[in-house]
Structure formats: C-alpha cells, structure tokens
Write a protein that binds this ligand. Structure first.
Ligand code: AKG
Ligand code: FE2
Length: 323
C-alpha cells in the first residue's frame, strides 16, 4: 500500500500502454496501479477521444440544457430509474443524503448492434427532437470513451495479476452510461437549501469513470489525510477514476475515492458549469465477489458477494433514482 500524499492527480500517457514497448507498458501499469492503490484517480492523455468531438458534444448539450424546462421534461421518462434521457433538477442526491444536488443531466446508454440477447435488458435511448446531433455525437463519444475504458481495464487487469483481457467480455455490451451534466445557474442562492451543493461527496457506483474536462473548476477529491484536492485536468486529458464496483471486486486494493463538486463563490452562482462523465459498467451478470488474489491474512474479505446488476439496483435506490 503506498502512502504518498499527492497534491494533484498523477498524469499518465496512454500511448505508453498502447506502444509495443514492454518497458513503457510496464511503467504505465505500475504507475496506474500505484495511483489507484492510493488516490484512485489519474489524468491520461492520448486517449481515443478528439478535441473536436468533445467540443461538438459540449455544444450539443448546451443547446439541450438551454431549452425551457417544459421541453426538457418531455424527455424525462417514468419507470426508467433515470437510466436514459433527462433527469430534472434536484432529483439525484448522494448516498446517505436527502438534499438533491444542484444539477440536471441526460443519460445515453449502450446501443447493442449485434444479436447479443443482453439488448432486451436495456431500455432504448431517448433522443431529443430539438437537438438531433446529440444522437450522432453522443454515440460516437460513447464508443470512443468505451474503447479507452477497455484499454484502462486491460492495464488494471495486468496490475492485478490477471489475464490482460480479463475485463473484456465483462464490459462487452456493458451497461455503461454517458452523462452530460448541467450545474445550473442559481439566481437566488438564499432560496436553495443551505446544504445544497452541485454534487455532494460520493463514490461512483461503476467499475471506472472517464471524465472529460469540465467547463469550470469545482471538482475535488478527498485525500487520505482528509484534505480536498482540486482536480484540474489539462484540455487534452481525461480523468479516469476507480468506482465502487472495482473497489469491491479488488477487496479495497483499488480505491474508489470520495469526490464532490463544490459551489462557486456566491457572486458566481449565476454561472453554469457543464461536465461529461462516462460511467463504465459491466454487464449485469458480472460477479463482483472479491478476487481471490486480493484476499489474504493481512487483507481479509471485506465485502459480501453480489452481482453488478444487483449492486446497481441497490445504489440507484440509495441515490433516489429507483423507487
Ligand atoms: O461534474 C464533475 O466534474 C464530476 C461529476 C461526478 O462526480 C459524477 O457525476 O459522478
Ligand atoms: Fe462522481
């Protein structure tokens, strides 16, 4: 276990892992593992998303979120537990809280294009008549982030002493979600609940999260010594962090670190913040039981056995999305 106290999230170059050079690959795996064993977050460059695509997606989502609330509500579909389409202001709260976060968001899910029977498990995506480009751009970004995630999981598998392709078939047609978020302007800060924040402290539910650079500051990660560290990814970087599913599966070896998005100073509450995380989920049948090689005398088994699907359902109820 490494005890470094980072002042910023470590930066890695995915090209090191993608290169055919064994030493560069090993270095990437070692540094990634060290960071995930410690702070649970890294920033990577040379991923598979382009600047152009990311800009196009930001443009499309800004167009969507600036539609009147009544129009956006057409895309908020009952019975989907917030898994597709629009989720309105204040609907989601962090686990263990009841005050809703000061955000609205939109979910794009997996499009199964082969004849994998898992297609029947997933609700159809919800597309927006007023912003048709959200579909084309959103799906392209989804595919590229998914591909980047597969590479990250290969490096993680090697760090864990597993076969490099251990996660491949577990995330193939997995239940991942692309979530453009709008932290909306607050005209009157005194009118919102005193404890309401943009995103209250939480760990992500999924295996790993890939986060495109946000439009403004505010994201912070909780370091082991209790200090909140701001995350400032460079424009060409993606932030990739460990989620609760991976923490569980690795019996706490890899850390799902608590993070939050703080409110801006009062005079800037009238400004928007946008961000776009991609939550990489496996197929629901994946067994999240602690890996044998992550259990020993010094690290007794910390979690009960559960499948990814059951774990997700449990957490969706805890954050107010599933009744
Ligand atoms: O908006 C951000 O920068 C991060 C959002 C986040 O942590 C989440 O949606 O899980
Ligand atoms: Fe998060």
């Amino acid at each position: 276990m490494s005890d470094i106290l980072y002042d910023e999230v470590p930066s890695l170059d995915l090209a090191d892992f993608d290169s055919g050079d064994a030493e560069r690959r090993k270095k990437f795996v070692r540094e990634l593992g060290e960071a995930y064993n410690n702070i649970g977050f890294v920033a990577i460059k040379n991923h598979y998303l382009t600047d152009e695509l990311s800009k196009s997606l930001y443009t499309a989502i800004q167009k969507f979120f600036s539609l009147p609330d009544e129009v956006k509500q057409k895309y908020e579909i009952e019975g989907l537990a917030g898994q597709r389409g629009y989720i309105g202001k204040g609907k989601e709260h962090a686990k263990g809280r009841t005050t809703g976060d000061l955000k609205e968001f939109f979910h794009i899910g997996q499009e199964v294009t082969d004849n994998d029977p898992i297609k029947a498990e997933y609700p159809d995506n919800v597309w927006v008549e007023e912003v048709p480009e959200l579909k084309t751009v959103g799906l392209e970004v989804y595919r590229r982030l998914e591909k980047t995630g597969v590479q990250m999981l290969r490096a993680i598998a090697l760090y864990l002493g597993l076969d490099e392709n251990y996660f491949d078939n577990k995330v193939k047609n997995g239940n991942s979600i692309l979530r453009p978020i709008h932290y909306f302007p607050i005209e009157n800060p005194d009118a919102v609940p005193a404890d309401a924040v943009r995103a209250a402290e939480h760990g992500d539910i999924n295996l790993i999260t890939l986060l495109m650079g946000a439009s403004a500051d505010g994201l912070q990660v909780l370091r082991k010594d209790g200090k909140w560290i701001p995350i400032t990814a460079l424009p060409e970087q993606l932030v990739v962090n460990v989620g609760d599913m991976l923490e569980r599966h690795t019996n706490n070896k890899l850390k799902s670190t608590i993070h939050r998005v703080v409110n801006p100073p009062k005079e800037q509450m009238r400004t928007s913040r946008y961000s776009i995380p991609f939550f990489m989920h496996p197929r629901s049948e994946m067994d999240l039981s602690c890996l044998e090689n992550c259990i020993d005398e010094a690290h007794p088994k910390q979690f009960d056995d559960i499948s990814a699907g059951d774990f997700l359902d449990q957490r969706l109820a805890e954050i107010g999305l599933k009744k």
